[in-house]
Design a protein around this ligand. Structure first.
Ligand code: HEM
Length: 496
Protein backbone atom coordinates (compact mmCIF):
# COMPACT_ATOMS: atom_id res chain seq x y z
CA UNK A 1 0.00 0.00 0.00
CA UNK A 2 1.18 3.52 -0.84
CA UNK A 3 2.50 5.77 1.95
CA UNK A 4 0.99 8.84 0.28
CA UNK A 5 -2.12 9.32 2.36
CA UNK A 6 -4.85 11.77 1.46
CA UNK A 7 -4.76 14.50 4.13
CA UNK A 8 -6.42 17.79 4.88
CA UNK A 9 -4.41 21.01 5.04
CA UNK A 10 -3.30 20.18 8.59
CA UNK A 11 -1.86 16.88 7.42
CA UNK A 12 -4.63 14.83 8.98
CA UNK A 13 -5.32 11.68 6.99
CA UNK A 14 -8.92 11.05 5.97
CA UNK A 15 -10.81 8.42 4.06
CA UNK A 16 -13.64 9.78 1.93
CA UNK A 17 -13.00 12.66 -0.52
CA UNK A 18 -16.18 12.28 -2.55
CA UNK A 19 -19.13 11.56 -0.27
CA UNK A 20 -20.17 13.98 2.45
CA UNK A 21 -21.00 12.59 5.90
CA UNK A 22 -24.76 12.26 6.31
CA UNK A 23 -27.23 11.22 8.99
CA UNK A 24 -27.98 7.83 7.50
CA UNK A 25 -27.41 6.96 3.82
CA UNK A 26 -29.99 9.48 2.55
CA UNK A 27 -30.09 11.93 5.45
CA UNK A 28 -28.89 15.55 5.61
CA UNK A 29 -25.21 16.48 5.67
CA UNK A 30 -23.52 16.72 9.08
CA UNK A 31 -21.84 19.93 10.29
CA UNK A 32 -19.06 17.77 11.70
CA UNK A 33 -17.74 16.99 8.16
CA UNK A 34 -14.81 19.37 8.48
CA UNK A 35 -13.23 18.01 5.30
CA UNK A 36 -16.25 19.18 3.31
CA UNK A 37 -16.14 22.56 5.06
CA UNK A 38 -12.42 23.04 4.47
CA UNK A 39 -12.69 22.21 0.77
CA UNK A 40 -15.66 24.49 0.14
CA UNK A 41 -14.17 27.31 2.19
CA UNK A 42 -10.79 27.19 0.47
CA UNK A 43 -12.43 27.01 -2.94
CA UNK A 44 -14.31 30.29 -2.56
CA UNK A 45 -11.06 31.99 -1.58
CA UNK A 46 -9.07 30.81 -4.63
CA UNK A 47 -9.13 34.14 -6.47
CA UNK A 48 -7.23 37.31 -5.74
CA UNK A 49 -7.89 40.58 -7.60
CA UNK A 50 -6.46 40.44 -11.09
CA UNK A 51 -3.87 43.06 -12.03
CA UNK A 52 -5.70 46.29 -12.88
CA UNK A 53 -3.62 46.35 -16.08
CA UNK A 54 -1.58 43.53 -17.66
CA UNK A 55 -3.99 40.95 -16.19
CA UNK A 56 -3.43 38.29 -18.88
CA UNK A 57 0.10 36.94 -18.88
CA UNK A 58 2.55 34.12 -18.70
CA UNK A 59 5.93 33.71 -17.07
CA UNK A 60 9.09 31.62 -16.91
CA UNK A 61 12.32 31.40 -14.98
CA UNK A 62 15.71 31.57 -16.64
CA UNK A 63 19.20 32.92 -16.51
CA UNK A 64 20.86 36.23 -17.33
CA UNK A 65 24.57 36.18 -18.24
CA UNK A 66 26.84 39.22 -18.57
CA UNK A 67 28.75 39.03 -21.87
CA UNK A 68 30.25 42.54 -22.07
CA UNK A 69 31.85 44.83 -19.54
CA UNK A 70 29.79 47.88 -18.54
CA UNK A 71 31.42 48.31 -15.12
CA UNK A 72 32.63 51.80 -16.17
CA UNK A 73 28.97 52.89 -15.96
CA UNK A 74 27.62 51.01 -12.94
CA UNK A 75 28.77 49.59 -9.63
CA UNK A 76 25.93 47.00 -9.64
CA UNK A 77 27.63 43.74 -8.63
CA UNK A 78 25.87 41.82 -11.40
CA UNK A 79 27.79 43.88 -13.95
CA UNK A 80 31.15 43.83 -12.13
CA UNK A 81 32.65 41.28 -14.52
CA UNK A 82 31.97 39.43 -17.74
CA UNK A 83 30.66 35.92 -17.06
CA UNK A 84 28.58 36.90 -14.01
CA UNK A 85 25.10 35.47 -14.11
CA UNK A 86 21.91 35.39 -12.07
CA UNK A 87 18.55 33.67 -11.98
CA UNK A 88 15.68 35.66 -13.46
CA UNK A 89 11.89 35.49 -13.66
CA UNK A 90 10.14 37.06 -16.65
CA UNK A 91 6.43 37.78 -17.08
CA UNK A 92 4.93 38.76 -20.43
CA UNK A 93 1.42 40.15 -20.73
CA UNK A 94 -1.13 42.06 -22.75
CA UNK A 95 -2.31 45.32 -21.17
CA UNK A 96 -6.00 46.14 -21.50
CA UNK A 97 -7.69 42.72 -21.46
CA UNK A 98 -8.94 40.79 -18.46
CA UNK A 99 -7.28 37.65 -17.15
CA UNK A 100 -9.13 35.44 -19.65
CA UNK A 101 -8.81 37.72 -22.68
CA UNK A 102 -7.21 36.70 -25.98
CA UNK A 103 -3.45 36.82 -26.41
CA UNK A 104 -3.53 38.24 -29.93
CA UNK A 105 -5.43 41.45 -29.14
CA UNK A 106 -3.90 44.62 -30.60
CA UNK A 107 -2.16 45.98 -27.51
CA UNK A 108 1.34 46.70 -26.23
CA UNK A 109 2.90 43.67 -24.52
CA UNK A 110 4.34 43.80 -21.02
CA UNK A 111 7.93 42.62 -20.69
CA UNK A 112 8.84 42.43 -16.99
CA UNK A 113 12.10 40.89 -15.78
CA UNK A 114 13.12 40.23 -12.17
CA UNK A 115 16.87 39.77 -11.72
CA UNK A 116 17.68 38.01 -8.42
CA UNK A 117 21.06 39.71 -7.80
CA UNK A 118 23.45 39.83 -4.84
CA UNK A 119 22.52 43.53 -4.45
CA UNK A 120 18.85 42.56 -4.11
CA UNK A 121 16.06 41.98 -6.61
CA UNK A 122 16.22 44.34 -9.59
CA UNK A 123 13.03 44.63 -11.67
CA UNK A 124 12.93 45.99 -15.20
CA UNK A 125 9.19 46.42 -15.80
CA UNK A 126 8.92 47.41 -19.42
CA UNK A 127 6.94 46.86 -22.60
CA UNK A 128 7.66 45.68 -26.14
CA UNK A 129 7.68 49.34 -27.20
CA UNK A 130 10.41 51.93 -26.55
CA UNK A 131 7.86 54.69 -25.80
CA UNK A 132 4.51 55.11 -24.04
CA UNK A 133 1.18 56.89 -24.75
CA UNK A 134 1.49 59.58 -22.08
CA UNK A 135 4.33 61.16 -20.15
CA UNK A 136 2.75 62.08 -16.84
CA UNK A 137 1.49 59.54 -14.30
CA UNK A 138 -1.45 61.82 -13.49
CA UNK A 139 -3.03 60.84 -16.82
CA UNK A 140 -2.60 57.08 -16.38
CA UNK A 141 -5.94 56.11 -14.76
CA UNK A 142 -7.92 58.12 -17.36
CA UNK A 143 -5.91 56.65 -20.20
CA UNK A 144 -6.39 53.09 -18.94
CA UNK A 145 -10.14 53.63 -18.52
CA UNK A 146 -10.31 54.21 -22.29
CA UNK A 147 -8.61 50.88 -22.92
CA UNK A 148 -11.09 49.02 -20.76
CA UNK A 149 -14.89 49.06 -20.83
CA UNK A 150 -17.68 51.68 -20.95
CA UNK A 151 -19.08 51.88 -17.40
CA UNK A 152 -22.71 51.64 -18.56
CA UNK A 153 -22.62 48.95 -21.24
CA UNK A 154 -19.46 47.10 -20.16
CA UNK A 155 -18.38 47.15 -23.81
CA UNK A 156 -14.98 48.05 -25.26
CA UNK A 157 -15.02 51.23 -27.29
CA UNK A 158 -12.92 52.57 -30.16
CA UNK A 159 -14.70 55.88 -29.57
CA UNK A 160 -13.24 56.22 -26.06
CA UNK A 161 -9.75 55.27 -27.20
CA UNK A 162 -9.55 57.68 -30.14
CA UNK A 163 -11.28 60.43 -28.16
CA UNK A 164 -8.53 60.22 -25.53
CA UNK A 165 -5.69 59.92 -28.06
CA UNK A 166 -7.02 62.83 -30.10
CA UNK A 167 -6.94 65.04 -26.97
CA UNK A 168 -3.42 63.84 -26.03
CA UNK A 169 -1.14 64.25 -29.03
CA UNK A 170 1.87 62.96 -27.07
CA UNK A 171 0.29 59.52 -27.60
CA UNK A 172 0.85 59.64 -31.39
CA UNK A 173 4.27 57.94 -31.35
CA UNK A 174 3.01 54.94 -29.41
CA UNK A 175 -0.29 54.89 -31.34
CA UNK A 176 1.66 54.48 -34.60
CA UNK A 177 3.62 51.56 -33.11
CA UNK A 178 0.45 50.00 -31.70
CA UNK A 179 -1.36 50.32 -35.03
CA UNK A 180 1.57 48.84 -36.96
CA UNK A 181 1.95 45.05 -37.08
CA UNK A 182 4.11 45.32 -33.92
CA UNK A 183 0.78 45.77 -32.14
CA UNK A 184 0.02 42.10 -32.81
CA UNK A 185 3.27 40.18 -32.13
CA UNK A 186 3.42 36.46 -32.96
CA UNK A 187 3.53 35.37 -29.32
CA UNK A 188 6.03 36.64 -26.79
CA UNK A 189 9.21 35.05 -28.17
CA UNK A 190 9.33 37.14 -31.33
CA UNK A 191 9.31 40.64 -29.87
CA UNK A 192 11.84 43.02 -28.36
CA UNK A 193 11.56 44.38 -24.81
CA UNK A 194 12.35 47.89 -23.59
CA UNK A 195 12.81 49.50 -20.19
CA UNK A 196 11.23 52.47 -22.06
CA UNK A 197 11.99 55.07 -19.38
CA UNK A 198 15.31 56.77 -18.85
CA UNK A 199 17.07 55.28 -15.83
CA UNK A 200 20.48 56.15 -14.40
CA UNK A 201 23.66 54.22 -13.70
CA UNK A 202 26.20 55.23 -11.07
CA UNK A 203 29.74 53.86 -11.05
CA UNK A 204 32.35 53.28 -8.31
CA UNK A 205 33.60 56.86 -8.67
CA UNK A 206 30.05 58.13 -8.06
CA UNK A 207 29.69 59.33 -11.66
CA UNK A 208 26.21 59.18 -13.13
CA UNK A 209 25.01 58.57 -16.69
CA UNK A 210 21.47 58.27 -18.05
CA UNK A 211 20.55 54.90 -19.53
CA UNK A 212 17.88 53.15 -21.57
CA UNK A 213 17.52 49.34 -21.67
CA UNK A 214 16.72 47.26 -24.77
CA UNK A 215 16.16 43.49 -25.03
CA UNK A 216 16.49 42.33 -28.66
CA UNK A 217 14.86 39.01 -29.49
CA UNK A 218 17.15 36.31 -30.89
CA UNK A 219 14.09 34.54 -32.37
CA UNK A 220 13.68 37.39 -34.91
CA UNK A 221 10.69 39.72 -35.05
CA UNK A 222 7.50 38.07 -36.24
CA UNK A 223 4.01 39.59 -36.17
CA UNK A 224 0.47 38.56 -36.97
CA UNK A 225 -1.32 40.48 -39.69
CA UNK A 226 -4.52 42.15 -38.48
CA UNK A 227 -6.71 39.41 -40.02
CA UNK A 228 -4.62 36.52 -38.67
CA UNK A 229 -4.58 38.05 -35.18
CA UNK A 230 -8.39 38.32 -35.25
CA UNK A 231 -8.69 34.71 -36.47
CA UNK A 232 -6.33 33.43 -33.77
CA UNK A 233 -8.47 35.07 -31.06
CA UNK A 234 -11.13 32.49 -31.86
CA UNK A 235 -8.89 29.52 -32.63
CA UNK A 236 -6.59 29.78 -29.63
CA UNK A 237 -7.04 32.71 -27.23
CA UNK A 238 -4.03 31.39 -25.26
CA UNK A 239 -1.75 31.31 -28.30
CA UNK A 240 1.15 33.24 -26.73
CA UNK A 241 1.02 31.27 -23.47
CA UNK A 242 1.06 27.97 -25.35
CA UNK A 243 3.81 29.11 -27.72
CA UNK A 244 6.14 29.98 -24.81
CA UNK A 245 5.32 26.86 -22.76
CA UNK A 246 5.80 24.55 -25.76
CA UNK A 247 9.12 26.11 -26.75
CA UNK A 248 10.52 25.71 -23.22
CA UNK A 249 9.15 22.16 -22.83
CA UNK A 250 10.86 21.20 -26.09
CA UNK A 251 14.19 22.64 -24.90
CA UNK A 252 13.97 25.40 -27.50
CA UNK A 253 14.84 28.08 -24.93
CA UNK A 254 14.06 31.62 -26.10
CA UNK A 255 16.82 34.19 -25.77
CA UNK A 256 17.20 37.95 -25.86
CA UNK A 257 20.32 40.13 -25.98
CA UNK A 258 20.36 43.03 -23.52
CA UNK A 259 21.75 46.36 -24.76
CA UNK A 260 21.94 49.79 -23.17
CA UNK A 261 22.07 53.30 -24.55
CA UNK A 262 24.08 55.82 -22.54
CA UNK A 263 23.64 59.60 -22.38
CA UNK A 264 25.97 61.74 -20.31
CA UNK A 265 24.79 64.65 -18.15
CA UNK A 266 26.25 67.09 -20.70
CA UNK A 267 24.55 65.35 -23.62
CA UNK A 268 21.26 65.46 -21.72
CA UNK A 269 21.50 69.26 -21.49
CA UNK A 270 22.06 69.49 -25.26
CA UNK A 271 19.42 66.90 -26.24
CA UNK A 272 16.76 68.29 -28.57
CA UNK A 273 13.91 66.83 -26.50
CA UNK A 274 13.44 66.22 -22.80
CA UNK A 275 15.63 63.13 -22.20
CA UNK A 276 13.19 62.04 -19.47
CA UNK A 277 10.12 62.08 -21.72
CA UNK A 278 8.90 58.49 -22.20
CA UNK A 279 7.13 59.41 -25.45
CA UNK A 280 10.54 59.97 -27.10
CA UNK A 281 13.33 57.66 -28.24
CA UNK A 282 17.05 58.38 -28.35
CA UNK A 283 18.24 57.81 -31.90
CA UNK A 284 20.66 54.90 -32.23
CA UNK A 285 23.12 56.77 -34.44
CA UNK A 286 23.54 59.42 -31.72
CA UNK A 287 23.37 57.00 -28.78
CA UNK A 288 24.53 53.61 -30.07
CA UNK A 289 23.42 50.31 -28.55
CA UNK A 290 26.03 48.85 -26.21
CA UNK A 291 25.82 45.08 -25.76
CA UNK A 292 25.55 43.84 -22.16
CA UNK A 293 24.38 40.26 -21.86
CA UNK A 294 21.97 37.49 -22.68
CA UNK A 295 18.67 36.42 -21.15
CA UNK A 296 17.48 32.85 -21.59
CA UNK A 297 14.14 31.44 -20.42
CA UNK A 298 14.46 27.75 -19.59
CA UNK A 299 12.10 26.78 -16.76
CA UNK A 300 8.33 26.71 -16.54
CA UNK A 301 7.21 27.52 -12.99
CA UNK A 302 5.77 24.46 -11.22
CA UNK A 303 2.54 26.27 -10.44
CA UNK A 304 1.07 29.13 -12.47
CA UNK A 305 -0.90 30.82 -9.70
CA UNK A 306 1.83 30.69 -7.06
CA UNK A 307 4.58 31.97 -9.31
CA UNK A 308 3.04 33.92 -12.19
CA UNK A 309 -0.20 35.30 -10.76
CA UNK A 310 1.41 36.23 -7.44
CA UNK A 311 4.58 37.66 -8.97
CA UNK A 312 5.02 41.32 -8.15
CA UNK A 313 7.29 43.55 -10.21
CA UNK A 314 8.08 47.14 -9.33
CA UNK A 315 10.10 49.83 -11.10
CA UNK A 316 11.17 50.87 -7.58
CA UNK A 317 13.13 47.62 -7.17
CA UNK A 318 16.42 49.23 -8.22
CA UNK A 319 19.78 48.08 -6.91
CA UNK A 320 22.95 49.94 -5.93
CA UNK A 321 24.44 51.37 -9.16
CA UNK A 322 21.12 51.47 -11.07
CA UNK A 323 18.63 54.20 -10.25
CA UNK A 324 15.71 56.24 -11.52
CA UNK A 325 15.55 59.57 -13.37
CA UNK A 326 13.23 62.59 -13.19
CA UNK A 327 10.90 60.93 -15.76
CA UNK A 328 7.44 61.91 -14.45
CA UNK A 329 5.84 58.63 -15.46
CA UNK A 330 8.58 56.61 -13.83
CA UNK A 331 8.28 58.65 -10.64
CA UNK A 332 4.54 57.88 -10.51
CA UNK A 333 5.23 54.20 -11.09
CA UNK A 334 7.69 54.10 -8.17
CA UNK A 335 4.68 54.65 -5.92
CA UNK A 336 1.95 52.76 -7.75
CA UNK A 337 3.37 49.23 -8.05
CA UNK A 338 4.19 48.44 -4.40
CA UNK A 339 0.82 50.03 -3.58
CA UNK A 340 -0.87 47.65 -6.05
CA UNK A 341 0.98 44.66 -4.61
CA UNK A 342 -0.11 45.39 -1.05
CA UNK A 343 -3.71 45.45 -2.26
CA UNK A 344 -3.60 42.61 -4.80
CA UNK A 345 -1.33 40.09 -3.05
CA UNK A 346 -0.90 41.45 0.48
CA UNK A 347 1.51 43.17 2.83
CA UNK A 348 3.91 40.23 2.73
CA UNK A 349 3.93 39.56 -1.02
CA UNK A 350 7.72 40.01 -0.98
CA UNK A 351 8.05 36.84 1.11
CA UNK A 352 6.54 34.57 -1.54
CA UNK A 353 8.89 32.24 -3.40
CA UNK A 354 8.80 34.11 -6.71
CA UNK A 355 9.24 37.54 -5.14
CA UNK A 356 11.62 36.87 -2.30
CA UNK A 357 15.24 37.93 -2.46
CA UNK A 358 17.41 34.80 -2.25
CA UNK A 359 20.21 36.80 -0.58
CA UNK A 360 20.31 38.43 2.86
CA UNK A 361 17.30 40.56 3.79
CA UNK A 362 17.81 42.46 7.06
CA UNK A 363 15.05 44.77 8.16
CA UNK A 364 12.65 45.36 11.01
CA UNK A 365 9.34 44.80 9.23
CA UNK A 366 7.33 42.08 10.91
CA UNK A 367 3.91 40.50 11.06
CA UNK A 368 0.89 41.18 8.84
CA UNK A 369 -1.22 38.63 7.00
CA UNK A 370 0.74 35.56 5.92
CA UNK A 371 4.01 36.58 7.62
CA UNK A 372 6.73 33.97 7.10
CA UNK A 373 9.62 34.25 9.60
CA UNK A 374 12.10 32.03 7.78
CA UNK A 375 14.24 35.00 6.68
CA UNK A 376 14.39 36.89 10.01
CA UNK A 377 13.68 34.06 12.49
CA UNK A 378 14.10 35.44 16.06
CA UNK A 379 16.05 38.60 15.13
CA UNK A 380 15.08 41.88 16.88
CA UNK A 381 12.19 43.82 15.33
CA UNK A 382 13.41 47.33 16.20
CA UNK A 383 16.32 49.65 15.38
CA UNK A 384 18.66 50.58 16.95
CA UNK A 385 19.23 47.64 19.23
CA UNK A 386 22.08 46.07 21.19
CA UNK A 387 21.75 42.62 19.69
CA UNK A 388 22.20 42.49 15.93
CA UNK A 389 25.10 43.77 13.86
CA UNK A 390 22.98 45.44 11.20
CA UNK A 391 24.21 48.95 10.38
CA UNK A 392 23.25 51.45 7.64
CA UNK A 393 26.14 51.71 5.17
CA UNK A 394 27.20 55.10 3.79
CA UNK A 395 28.26 53.36 0.56
CA UNK A 396 24.55 53.09 -0.28
CA UNK A 397 23.74 56.81 0.03
CA UNK A 398 21.49 58.13 -2.74
CA UNK A 399 23.17 60.04 -5.55
CA UNK A 400 23.08 63.73 -4.64
CA UNK A 401 20.97 65.60 -7.16
CA UNK A 402 21.66 69.09 -8.45
CA UNK A 403 18.12 70.39 -8.78
CA UNK A 404 17.73 73.02 -11.47
CA UNK A 405 14.92 74.92 -9.77
CA UNK A 406 13.77 75.77 -6.30
CA UNK A 407 10.10 76.30 -7.01
CA UNK A 408 7.29 73.80 -7.43
CA UNK A 409 6.85 73.36 -11.17
CA UNK A 410 3.14 72.93 -11.66
CA UNK A 411 2.50 73.10 -15.35
CA UNK A 412 5.72 74.56 -16.73
CA UNK A 413 6.90 73.40 -20.12
CA UNK A 414 10.20 73.69 -21.93
CA UNK A 415 10.84 74.37 -25.57
CA UNK A 416 10.14 71.25 -27.67
CA UNK A 417 8.16 69.56 -24.90
CA UNK A 418 5.14 69.87 -27.17
CA UNK A 419 6.86 68.48 -30.24
CA UNK A 420 4.74 65.37 -30.53
CA UNK A 421 5.19 65.02 -34.27
CA UNK A 422 8.85 64.90 -35.36
CA UNK A 423 9.60 61.41 -34.03
CA UNK A 424 6.31 59.83 -35.19
CA UNK A 425 6.98 61.37 -38.64
CA UNK A 426 10.46 59.82 -38.74
CA UNK A 427 9.05 56.48 -37.58
CA UNK A 428 6.71 56.55 -40.58
CA UNK A 429 9.23 57.68 -43.19
CA UNK A 430 12.52 56.17 -41.99
CA UNK A 431 11.85 53.14 -39.78
CA UNK A 432 8.93 51.63 -41.71
CA UNK A 433 9.07 50.06 -45.16
CA UNK A 434 6.27 50.31 -47.72
CA UNK A 435 4.47 47.19 -46.45
CA UNK A 436 4.69 48.45 -42.85
CA UNK A 437 3.20 51.77 -43.95
CA UNK A 438 0.35 50.13 -45.88
CA UNK A 439 -0.51 47.86 -42.93
CA UNK A 440 -0.30 50.80 -40.53
CA UNK A 441 -2.83 52.77 -42.56
CA UNK A 442 -5.24 49.85 -42.95
CA UNK A 443 -5.00 48.95 -39.25
CA UNK A 444 -5.69 52.58 -38.24
CA UNK A 445 -8.62 52.80 -40.63
CA UNK A 446 -10.08 49.50 -39.36
CA UNK A 447 -9.84 50.77 -35.80
CA UNK A 448 -11.13 54.30 -36.48
CA UNK A 449 -14.15 52.89 -38.31
CA UNK A 450 -15.26 51.72 -34.87
CA UNK A 451 -15.71 55.35 -33.72
CA UNK A 452 -19.44 55.95 -33.38
CA UNK A 453 -21.94 58.40 -31.87
CA UNK A 454 -22.65 62.14 -32.06
CA UNK A 455 -18.98 63.12 -31.54
CA UNK A 456 -17.68 60.80 -34.27
CA UNK A 457 -16.70 63.47 -36.82
CA UNK A 458 -15.20 65.73 -34.18
CA UNK A 459 -12.98 62.93 -32.82
CA UNK A 460 -11.89 61.78 -36.28
CA UNK A 461 -11.05 65.32 -37.38
CA UNK A 462 -9.09 66.06 -34.22
CA UNK A 463 -7.07 62.85 -34.62
CA UNK A 464 -6.49 63.44 -38.34
CA UNK A 465 -4.79 66.74 -37.49
CA UNK A 466 -2.17 64.79 -35.56
CA UNK A 467 -1.56 62.34 -38.41
CA UNK A 468 -1.20 65.28 -40.82
CA UNK A 469 1.25 67.03 -38.56
CA UNK A 470 3.42 63.90 -38.35
CA UNK A 471 3.30 63.23 -42.08
CA UNK A 472 0.99 64.67 -44.77
CA UNK A 473 0.92 61.45 -46.80
CA UNK A 474 -0.11 59.47 -43.70
CA UNK A 475 -2.90 61.94 -42.94
CA UNK A 476 -4.11 61.95 -46.57
CA UNK A 477 -4.22 58.18 -46.83
CA UNK A 478 -6.21 57.78 -43.63
CA UNK A 479 -8.56 60.65 -44.43
CA UNK A 480 -9.24 59.25 -47.90
CA UNK A 481 -9.88 55.74 -46.60
CA UNK A 482 -12.28 57.14 -44.00
CA UNK A 483 -13.89 59.31 -46.71
CA UNK A 484 -13.37 62.49 -44.72
CA UNK A 485 -13.52 65.83 -46.52
CA UNK A 486 -10.15 67.37 -45.86
CA UNK A 487 -10.54 70.71 -44.19
CA UNK A 488 -7.90 73.30 -45.02
CA UNK A 489 -7.26 73.78 -41.28
CA UNK A 490 -6.55 70.13 -40.74
CA UNK A 491 -2.94 70.21 -41.81
CA UNK A 492 -2.01 73.16 -39.66
CA UNK A 493 -4.35 72.87 -36.69
CA UNK A 494 -3.64 70.99 -33.48
CA UNK A 495 -5.43 70.80 -30.14
CA UNK A 496 -2.46 71.97 -28.09
C1 HEM B 1 1.48 46.49 -14.35
C2 HEM B 1 0.52 51.00 -12.97
C3 HEM B 1 2.98 52.72 -16.76
C4 HEM B 1 4.50 48.24 -17.73
C5 HEM B 1 0.98 47.56 -13.68
C6 HEM B 1 0.16 47.49 -12.50
C7 HEM B 1 -0.09 48.75 -12.11
C8 HEM B 1 0.54 49.63 -13.04
C9 HEM B 1 -0.89 49.19 -10.89
C10 HEM B 1 -0.32 46.20 -11.83
C11 HEM B 1 0.73 45.76 -10.83
C12 HEM B 1 0.33 44.54 -10.08
O1 HEM B 1 -0.84 44.40 -9.71
O2 HEM B 1 1.23 43.70 -9.83
C13 HEM B 1 1.13 51.85 -13.87
C14 HEM B 1 1.13 53.29 -13.76
C15 HEM B 1 1.80 53.77 -14.84
C16 HEM B 1 2.25 52.63 -15.61
C17 HEM B 1 0.49 54.08 -12.63
C18 HEM B 1 2.10 55.18 -15.24
C19 HEM B 1 2.31 56.13 -14.39
C20 HEM B 1 3.64 51.68 -17.34
C21 HEM B 1 4.65 51.78 -18.36
C22 HEM B 1 5.08 50.52 -18.62
C23 HEM B 1 4.34 49.61 -17.77
C24 HEM B 1 5.15 53.10 -18.96
C25 HEM B 1 6.13 50.05 -19.58
C26 HEM B 1 7.12 50.80 -20.00
C27 HEM B 1 3.82 47.39 -16.88
C28 HEM B 1 3.97 45.96 -16.90
C29 HEM B 1 3.10 45.45 -15.94
C30 HEM B 1 2.42 46.58 -15.35
C31 HEM B 1 4.90 45.15 -17.79
C32 HEM B 1 2.88 43.98 -15.59
C33 HEM B 1 3.90 43.53 -14.57
C34 HEM B 1 3.70 42.06 -14.29
O3 HEM B 1 3.91 41.26 -15.22
O4 HEM B 1 3.32 41.73 -13.16
N1 HEM B 1 1.18 48.88 -14.01
N2 HEM B 1 1.81 51.49 -15.00
N3 HEM B 1 3.48 50.34 -17.02
N4 HEM B 1 2.87 47.74 -15.95
FE1 HEM B 1 2.34 49.59 -15.48
Amino acid sequence: MSDRKLTNSSGIAYYDHEDSQTAGPRGPVLLQDFILQENLAHFVRERIPERVVHAKGTGAYGKFTVTHDISQFTKAKLFSKVGNSCRIFTRFSTVGGEKGSADTERDPRGFAVKFYTEDGNWDLVGNNTPVFFIKDAKKFPDFIHTQKRIPKTNLKSATMMWDFWSFNPESLHQVLILMSDRGTPYGYRHMHGFGSHTFSMINDSNERVWVKFHFKTKQEIKNFSHDDAVKMKGENPDFAQEDLMTAIEEGNFPKWTLYIQIMTGEQAKEFRWNPFDVTKVWFHDEFPLIEVGEMELNEIPVNYFAHVEQSTFSPSNLVNGISFSPDKMLQGRLFSYPDAHRYRVGANSHLLEVNRCPFAVNNYQRDGAMADSSQYKDAPNYYPNSFDEIKPQSAYKNFEEDLDSNHVANFSRNENDDDHYTQPGLLYTKAMNETDRQNLVSNIVASMKGITGPKRDEIINRQLCHFFRANIELGMKIAMALQVNIDSNMMSHSTK
